[in-house]
Design a binder for this molecule. Structure first.
Ligand code: NAD
Length: 304
């Protein structure tokens, strides 16, 4: 049985670990924080319930084990998924530690959202076995995973990762150039830049923006991708609208004042009780439940 080591048990680690375990892998996970190690079983259990609701077959052979040290976590691993904070210096240090502890044939994958894989490869002795495995949040619900090769990743490693993701019952997408943000986050951040700017300019309020995007293009895009949408609308329409609209779209290279002001005031979103919107703990619990339920229903509909 393949053995996966998951390093980092924050937002992404528990759901990711349970998805691997449910597909039949032996999974051992570790977090440097004892607190996170204690909290992880709850997140793993929650992810398992959602996977059951999704109808994902339960091929698990053993529950996810939480290791007390990185060494114990990595012992005998055939694949490591690093999912520690998105800071190059933290990831580089973790990669060095992993490199010293894994066997020669172990694949080292990173769940980085956009740090170039080529930079992470600099920290290991066998860079050909390093690959990006970028899950979407929540990792136990969103089936698409970006696979990214760095400058030194071998073709075999990319192929191995693609077939492993298929074996998990998930959807690999190969990103052919190691560009910052890869593809999913480049598209998301292009969208977010325009959305934040529209709200900042007073063109629409935050609630109206979300309704417009979720029930308009968002809903449509989950069925018809942007490139297929071009064909559906007609390339001549894109040409006509793009000829005046493209130059009017937000293209600022710095960060928007709207987000910067809130960040400075400690308004970071759900985790601080306010950001764009305001939240009580009860509201957060309600939103999490409702969103998971709806994402499960949409995924089932898309798979039907
Ligand atoms: N949160 C998201 O929506 C999302 C989506 C896709 C990808 N990612 C990526 O996944 C990675 C993790 O993101 P997250 O949101 O789960 O972060 P997080 O901050 O919630 O969790 C990271 C965890 O790593 C632990 N950690 C720190 N140093 C460590 C070390 N040396 N060894 C072991 N554990 C260590 C921390 O204690 C923390 O629990 C990042 O690269 C992020 O960009 C996040």
């Amino acid at each position: 049985m393949a053995k996966a080591a998951v390093v980092g048990l924050g937002t992404m680690g528990p759901g990711l670990a349970q998805t691997l375990a449910r597909a039949g892998m032996e999974v051992v996970a570790f977090d440097v924080s004892e607190d996170q190690r204690k909290k992880a079983p709850e997140g793993i259990e929650l992810a398992n319930k959602v996977l059951t609701a999704l109808g994902v077959p339960d091929r698990s052979k053993a529950p996810v084990k939480i290791a007390g040290s990185l060494k114990e976590c990595l012992d005998g691993a055939t694949m490591v998924v690093e999912t520690v904070p998105e800071k190059l210096e933290i990831k580089a240090a973790v990669f060095k530690e992993i490199d010293a502890l894994v066997g020669k044939s172990c694949i080292i994958a990173s769940n980085t959202s956009g740090i170039p894989i080529s930079k992470l490869q600099e920290n290991v002795s066998a860079p050909e076995r390093v690959v990006g495995m970028h899950w979407s949040n929540p990792p136990h619900i969103i089936p698409m995973i970006e696979v990214i090769a760095g400058n030194k990743t071998s073709k075999e490693t990319v192929q191995w990762m693609v077939s492993t993701i298929k074996d998990l019952g998930l959807l690999p997408v190969v990103v052919q150039k190691d560009v910052p943000g890869f593809v999913e986050n480049r598209v998301l951040y292009a969208l977010l830049r325009e959305c934040v700017d529209l709200v900042d300019q007073g063109v629409i309020d935050a609630e109206g923006l979300d309704t417009c995007v979720s029930w308009g293009i968002g809903y449509k895009l989950s069925v018809i991708g942007p490139m297929a949408l071009l064909d559906m609308a007609g390339l001549d329409i894109y040409q006509a609208v793009g000829s005046y609209l493209n130059k009017d779209l937000c293209n600022r290279g710095d960060l928007s004042p709207y987000v910067t002001e809130r960040t400075k005031a400690g308004k970071l979103g759900m985790k601080t009780g306010s950001g764009v919107f305001s939240y009580t703990p009860e509201k957060i619990a309600e939103l999490r439940g409702l969103r998971a339920k709806r994402l499960v229903a949409v995924r089932k509909a898309l798979e039907s």
